[in-house]
Write a protein that binds this ligand. Structure first.
Ligand code: PMV
Length: 300
């Protein structure tokens, strides 16, 4: 068999629709793979494996790449459509795209199990103790209910048929640091355990509603309640609160911060997306649509 000397892998980004932070402590979350992502290109070449053509070195990125690449012989280039550090899963998307590209360089296709297992190793370098929801939904596509119980196997429940949702992302322009935000919530336990449990219960209800085909008019208020609970946890910011208010003023059915917070993006559910884009443009806010990425169907 001839193995290729270059390869490419793509993976989408994600948005957590319900349950971030609570998912770190064994509660359920619901996340969607979305239509912006990361392309990783690999090429065989002499010398230590690593990023080619990068203007400056990023020590954490180098360590993440070394987690799955052989120490010698592979050059990496990365093209991302995801804003970095904004809760859209840029690191998990990179992780899964890398695993896919590496498998192709070996003349294989990475299946979902390999993407989840190896993607998690890479994601751990970026975030220390991730729940795993990000790279799991990115590897599987679609909308996934996810829970990592304190003991026992991870529960992964893809919602079928995959819901189509009128999602709009509003970018605060500020980057949040996931590790720092997770640590700040952990430092406030057990005082915030009640809030975390309420977020978990809300995520379970949201997952049920989505699975039974609920409309944006039903789902939207769950997003708003989830945002209020995240604000109570202390992970929202004035800019994120203002974007949620802006989305509501433009008729969105609901909106919440998505990801770890402390910056990042707001996800809105807005049947009239054009109205929201108009209001956002007039307010000078960056807004763009995303679609849920339908899971790949492989031929048997
Ligand atoms: O900020 P992001 O996109 O990495 O999302 C983090 C989600 C958390 O629940 C806060 C952390 C985790 O590991 O699940």
């Amino acid at each position: 068999m001839t193995v290729p000397d270059r390869s490419e892998g793509y993976a989408p980004g994600k948005l957590i629709l319900a349950g971030e932070h609570a998912v770190v402590y064994g509660h359920p979350a619901v996340a969607a793979a979305v239509s912006r992502g990361t392309t990783v290109r690999l090429a065989r070449r002499p010398g230590p494996s690593g990023l080619d053509g990068a203007p400056r070195r990023d020590e954490r990125l180098d360590r993440a790449l070394r987690e799955v690449l052989p120490s010698e012989g592979i050059g990496v280039s990365i093209e991302s459509e995801l804003p970095i550090g904004r809760g859209m899963g840029s690191s998990a998307s990179l992780a899964v795209a890398l695993v896919r590209a590496l498998a192709r360089l070996e003349g294989e296709e990475a299946d979902a199990a390999r993407c989840v297992a190896e993607g998690f190793r890479v994601e751990r370098v970026f975030h220390g103790t991730p729940s795993g929801v990000d790279h799991t939904v990115i590897a599987l596509g679609g909308v996934v209910r996810f829970r990592r119980p304190p003991a026992g196997a991870v529960e992964i429940d893809p919602i079928r048929p995959c819901p189509s949702l009128p999602l709009v992302v509003l970018d605060s322009g500020e980057a949040g640091d996931t590790g720092r935000m997770v640590a700040s919530v952990r430092a406030r336990r057990p005082a915030v355990d009640g809030t975390l449990s309420r977020i978990g219960a809300l995520a379970a209800d949201f997952g049920e509603a989505l699975a039974s085909g609920a409309s944006p008019a039903v789902l939207g208020p769950c997003l708003l309640e989830n945002h209020a609970l995240l604000a109570e946890l202390g992970v929202s910011t004035p800019a994120l609160d203002a974007l949620v208010a802006l989305a509501l003023s433009a008729g969105a059915e609901g909106a919440k911060l998505a990801g770890a917070g402390g910056g990042g993006v707001v996800v809105a559910l807005a049947t009239d997306r054009d109205r929201l884009f108009g209001v956002a443009a007039r307010a000078g806010a960056r807004a763009f649509p995303v679609e849920v990425v339908i899971p790949e169907r492989r031929e048997p």
